[in-house]
Design a binder for this molecule. Structure first.
Ligand code: AMP
Length: 285
């Protein structure tokens, strides 16, 4: 079956089409993505489909959120496949702008959320969240969605965007969606296809390490350093993975905790070659 949903590449075309829908009283749900869609994205699109009249999927590999040594050029891209997957999941249209369409000559306005972006991925990827927040704000301004869907796999991103929406009084409801995993526990990610077979074989240890920490919490362990140590011990069984960070933070403030109390986020990033994988889970005591 050939895909038939519209794929618009200009802001003016998208606005005109969404204005038409809104004129009929339709509400819009937006799923921002960088493409190379997988079941994680599909779950967001299905949620947008279920809760809105029009489900828009944006596909844009956003240059400003990549550092100079990161994988912008190597980021997987497959628009035809994405179009089909998005349609099957219930999307009504795709917005696929060029970088020149999103960032006109002389672009000089950036959205920078302080505090929440200081640690975790923000520490190892300076400028990353500034790029994310800027493009997400632009997508909100362009699409004016009632709801926007974000995955809990990117827990810091979700927290930062919720905070930004609150600070800037944006009229959009942020809908968190659970992490979708492969059968062996590896969190789905567009970057997983870039793992070599031997790296892919070790990658599930990332989730297993988090599960080990959760099990320790269940048994009564509350000391964050002990939990982080246990995670590192499990990750040692994935010698091709180089730990970027293992952190246990307050789930709201994202500040490090020494003791598990209330809701805490256990988050980590591990590099397999130049593929950086992130994962997390929340524990409560
Ligand atoms: P990306 O294309 O990687 O920028 O992701 C687009 C959206 O999909 C973000 O809100 C991600 O958090 C979400 N997402 C990515 N992977 C998953 C996953 N495995 N489960 C749920 N959501 C995901």
């Amino acid at each position: 079956m050939s895909a038939s949903i519209p794929c618009l590449s200009t802001i003016s075309e998208l606005r005109a089409l969404l204005d038409e829908h809104r004129g009929r009283g339709a509400c819009v749900g937006l799923v921002p993505t960088m493409g190379a869609l997988h079941e994680g994205h599909v779950s967001l699109i299905r949620a947008a489909r279920a809760e809105n009249d029009v489900a828009v999927v944006s596909i844009f590999v956003n240059p400003p959120q990549f550092g100079p040594d990161e994988d912008l050029a190597k980021y997987p891209r497959d628009l035809e496949r994405d179009r089909q997957l998005a349609e099957e999941a219930g999307a009504d249209l795709i917005f696929h702008p060029s970088a020149a369409e999103m960032y006109r000559d002389g672009h000089s306005t950036w959205v920078d959320v302080e505090g929440l972006t200081a640690g975790l991925c923000g520490r190892s990827r300076p400028g990353h969240f500034r790029g994310v927040c800027t493009v997400v704000t632009k997508l909100f301004a362009i699409c004016q969605p009632e709801r926007a869907y974000f995955g809990e796999k990117d827990a810091q991103q979700l927290a930062v965007i919720k905070h930004m929406v609150r600070d800037l009084n944006l009229l959009v409801q942020i809908v968190p969606c659970p992490t979708v995993r492969e059968a062996d526990g590896l969190a789905m990610s567009s970057r997983n296809v870039r793992l070599a077979p031997e790296q892919r074989a070790q990658a599930p240890m990332v989730h297993r390490a988090l599960e080990a920490a959760r099990e320790l919490v269940r048994k009564g362990e509350r000391n964050a350093a002990v939990l982080a140590g246990a995670i590192r011990t499990v990750l040692a069984e994935a010698p091709l993975g180089e730990i970027d960070y293992v952190e246990i933070v307050d789930a709201g403030e994202l500040t490090p905790v020494t003791t598990i109390a209330g809701e805490c986020l256990i988050a980590l990033a591990v590099r397999f070659g130049d593929v950086r994988l992130i994962d997390n889970l929340t524990v409560t005591s």
